[in-house]
Design a protein around this ligand. Structure first.
Ligand code: NAD
Length: 321
């Protein structure tokens, strides 16, 4: 079995590689070549932590496996990231363990790649202002991945604690983008693309604040009860997602569906747009929304790329089980 460390993943997997892997697996899901298995996610009743498994099989890439890990909110105070995870890959022909891959850096990259895939396929080509709601661990990854798929010139960003916007500002400057802290109404009024990436349980962006033609990537809501958008905003948008069942159960769409404002069968898998089976954005005034819930197959896709790169670079350690 191969072991690929967090450090190797950091060195070898670029945002561009992650985007390519995630785009391919979303396309495979929409073709019916790849499927996610039911997610297990439990509150431990210890350390305030959520722990679980996300798994699946991609027959087109021959990737079988799982990501195990979760969310430990006290970790930042210990100098660790709140998300902790490991990906295990298995040989689909024999079931033998193939690789163990550090999942922390890959999780941030694959999550940012998902919103970037949605921006690539759904945002207006002339999008120039990127809005970001949230400034936690994931936010700078989101900014960097988005900056690679559109010619943004400026970032307007809001965080509950404005003092914590500095890492996001550094990422923007790194990408050659102007950066302005803003309130949420201003983010809605100025941004062509808005990424929400918080752990919030109530709407942060309201229907009336968002302009026609905006693309929103709602990335924070991945659990029942979490929420970042006004359900009226969700119902005013054309809604796309990674996986429809998750979008309805644990994604941003859960609230609009529950309120009877959105039908589950109106939600389109982003893979259908990638495959050319759905036209995507229908016009310059349409509000498009990507409900990024996070699926196990994304983790397997980037872990598979990490194993391939690490083997080629001599950075995968071989251990006997
Ligand atoms: P983090 O703990 O580092 O940051 C959390 C962010 O949420 C901070 O900006 C914080 O200010 C904000 N926030 C928390 N509660 C809020 C509230 N009530 N109102 C407004 N803002 C609030 O977390 P992170 O690693 O950056 O992840 C952000 C969110 O994204 C988490 O909820 C996580 O579960 C989710 N996530 C989703 C996916 C996916 O695939 N969709 C993947 C990874 C993480």
């Amino acid at each position: 079995m191969l072991v690929v460390s967090e450090e190797a993943c950091r060195r070898l997997i670029t945002p561009a590689l992650a985007l390519e892997a995630v785009e391919a697996v979303f396309a495979a899901m929409a073709r019916g070549d790849a499927r996610n298995f039911p997610v297990i996610r439990e509150a431990l009743g210890h350390a305030d932590a959520l722990y679980g498994f996300k798994s699946g099989f991609d027959a087109s890439a021959m990737l079988l496996g799982l990501k195990s890990g979760g969310y430990w909110p006290g970790n930042v105070a210990r100098g660790l990231t709140n998300h902790q995870s490991v990906v295990a890959l298995f040989d689909p022909d024999t079931g033998q363990a193939r690789a163990l891959v550090g999942g922390n850096h890959l999780t941030a990259l694959r999550t940012a790649a998902a919103s970037a895939v949605s921006i690539k396929h759904l945002a207006r080509p002339d999008a120039r202002v990127l809005g970001i709601i949230g400034a936690g661990h994931q936010a700078p990854f989101q900014l960097r991945a988005a900056a690679a798929v559109r010619a943004f010139e400026r970032v307007v960003a809001w965080n509950r604690d404005a003092a914590k916007l500095d890492r996001l500002e550094a990422a923007a400057r790194d990408c050659g983008l102007a950066f302005e802290p803003a309130d949420r109404k201003r983010v809605g009024a100025e941004a062509d693309v808005i990424i929400t990436i918080t752990s919030c349980f109530e709407p942060l962006m309201m229907r009336d604040w968002v302009r026609p033609g905006t693309h929103i990537a709602a990335m924070g809501t991945d659990t029942q009860g979490k929420q970042e958008l006004d359900p009226e905003l969700v119902s005013a948008a054309s809604v796309f997602t990674d996986e429809v069942a998750q979008s309805v159960a644990i994604g941003e769409a859960q609230h609009a569906v529950k309120a009877g404002l959105l039908r589950a069968d109106a939600i389109v898998p982003i893979g259908a747009v990638i495959n050319g089976d759905h036209a995507g954005r229908s016009g310059a005034d349409e509000i498009t929304l990507f409900d990024g819930t996070g699926v196990g197959l994304q983790d397997l896709a980037v872990a598979g790329a990490a194993v391939e790169k690490a083997e080629a670079a001599g950075l995968a350690a071989r251990v006997a089980l």
